[in-house]
Design a protein around this ligand. Sequence first.
Ligand SMILES: [Zn+2]
Length: 205
Amino acid sequence: MNFSSKLLENAVTEFSRLPGVGQKTALRLVLHLLNQDKADVERFGAAITKLRNEIQHCSVCHNISDSQVCEICASHKRDKGLICVVEDTRDVMAIENTSQYNGVYHVLGGLISPMDGIGPADLSVDSLVERVKTGEVREVLFALSATMEGDTTIFYLHKRLKDQPITITTIARGISFGGELEYVDEITLGRSIATRVPYEGTLSR
Ligand SMILES: [Zn+2]
């Protein structure tokens, strides 16, 4: 791409570093910003700089937070005896949006993936084991992706936690709401049958 301005080129290069943004999209976004009021663009830039400089990770659960301990961990209304283990902040947001969960979280920061060179030491595994050892925890619920990496991670964490006096559970893996049985893949359908639950427990609240 030939740019008429070095400043324009620099901005496009920075935007095209973002995931899913190619050069054409980057150019469109930059030209859009150029048409905005200076004050709006300054606010945009300041928000990103402030985010990067001031964001913290909760010292308890490792979720992204504005303070040293996140709002969920600091809340007296949350059940500290139940820890839901997730891959990243997006999963915390997804589960919070269901309004069905009142425990706390533990954000691993990824999944174990030997292919990508990601091992337990790269994730917040030790701090999870330490949290469980405090004795306050009754149940650890794994809410990880139904992938090879997710299963490997659960297998490893289960091994680390199985001697603790806690219940270890995983979220149910089954047929999505509105899904028709004939279109469900065999693994999901097979698992749904193997992990069937009493009818009473399936009634929506
Ligand atoms: Zn927290």
